[in-house]
Design a protein around this ligand. Structure first.
Ligand code: CDP
Length: 207
């Protein structure tokens, strides 16, 4: 049986952590769709034309080192503006969403474009300052040399580009449940997400 949980939201809102925990809780498969755009962004930085890179993307491209850097994140949001790149990545994501046994996908447009029929949709957000602080700490822990102001500026720049692009802009689906993680620790955010999914499933059962 297919059951899709769509988790969208801006950079460093906590989607990745929440999605992995929700997938583990329900025994569903998980796809971090940001990794697809990061892999295409990485190839663009290596000189490959981004539309071609998206059309020729292979599973092993998602496992290469260095996809989580700030530079690759910026490159990902630049290639993500291109409709042809988004189109090339669509079928893979749709097939993953409707696979047997349930799937959690996190990204920017899962509930709005990739899987508008998803059984449960969450929109995870937090203030730009809180998100930049988390990303800054992640980058430092990964050995990057940067400062908080730079990370905050990059977070705002990426938010702006993601939310204002013409094709599949970042926005909550009309029927998404909102979770603001600004004041929540990981455990509380995961618990909020699991109960939101359970509430949605019960509503659907009642029809
Ligand atoms: O981890 P973080 O939230 O910083 O970013 P990500 O989820 O890895 O996504 C990197 C970039 O890919 C985003 O800034 C978006 O521009 C793009 N993206 C997208 O357009 N659609 C998706 N479903 C996922 C990511």
């Amino acid at each position: 049986m297919a059951f899709t949980i769509a988790i969208d939201g801006p950079a460093a809102a906590g989607k990745g952590t929440i999605s992995r925990a929700v997938a583990a809780h329900f025994g569903f498969a998980h796809l971090d769709t940001g990794l697809l755009y990061r892999a295409v962004g990485r190839k663009m930085l290596d000189g490959v034309e981004p539309i071609l890179a998206a059309q020729q993307l292979r599973p092993e491209d998602l496992g290469v080192d260095g996809l989580r850097t700030a530079a690759v994140g910026q490159a990902a949001s630049r290639v993500a503006v291109l409709p042809e790149v988004r189109a090339a990545l669509l079928d893979f994501q749709r097939a993953f969403a409707r696979r047997d046994g349930g799937a959690v996908l996190d990204g920017r447009d899962i509930g709005t474009v990739i899987c508008p029929e998803a059984e449960a949709k969450l929109f995870v957000t937090a203030s730009a300052e809180v998100r930049a602080r988390r990303r800054y700490e992640e980058l430092l822990a990964g050995g990057a040399v940067t400062d908080f102001e730079t990370v905050l500026a990059e977070t705002r720049e990426r938010d702006h580009r993601d939310a204002t692009r013409a094709d599949a802009p970042l926005k909550p689906a009309a029927d998404a449940l909102m979770i603001d993680t600004s004041e929540l620790d990981v455990e509380a955010a995961v618990a909020a997400a699991i109960s939101a999914v359970e509430a949605r499933s019960l509503e659907r059962l009642k029809g």
